[in-house]
Design a protein around this ligand. Structure first.
Ligand SMILES: [Zn+2]
Length: 139
């Protein structure tokens, strides 16, 4: 199922950890609706802006999977509102810089990690928080 031109539901749901632990990571209908918004308002515009494939390394996580990967329990990944992304061949800090200077998008939170960028979208109330993970800031 396509969520937008270049993103499919499968890439947001697949998880090696879920497979290994036998966790059913099927998203709720509400989570799928949020994933569509995330793609439509954020990820597809980012992909169009960068002009290169954007890879989703972690998308939706059911609460069980989120706990298995030690995600914070309030993680927006459990609601279908967040994705961890990379662009092959582009350092995460460059991807981060490209996204935060885009004027045409609104995000809730963007967090720079060493090897990927976490980005989230919330309907109606986006905080536009630009954050650096501990592994990057050293704090
Ligand atoms: Zn994340």
């Amino acid at each position: 199922m396509n969520l937008s031109k270049d993103f499919t539901l499968e890439e947001f749901v697949r998880s090696d950890t879920a497979k290994r632990l036998g966790i059913d990571n099927t998203p709720t209908e509400l989570a799928v609706a949020y994933l569509i918004l995330l793609c439509h308002f954020l990820l597809q515009p980012v992909r169009n802006h960068i002009g290169k494939p954007v890879r989703v390394t972690s998308g939706y996580r059911c609460p069980k999977l989120n706990a298995a990967v030690s995600g914070v329990s309030t993680s927006q990944h459990t609601e279908g509102k967040a994705a961890d992304i990379t662009v092959p061949g582009m350092p995460a800090c460059d991807l981060f810089d490209r996204i935060i200077t885009m004027k045409e998008i609104e995000f809730d939170q963007i967090i720079l990690y060493k090897t990927f960028v976490h980005i989230s979208f919330n309907l109606g109330k986006n905080r536009k928080q630009i954050l650096y993970s501990k592994e990057v800031s050293g704090k």
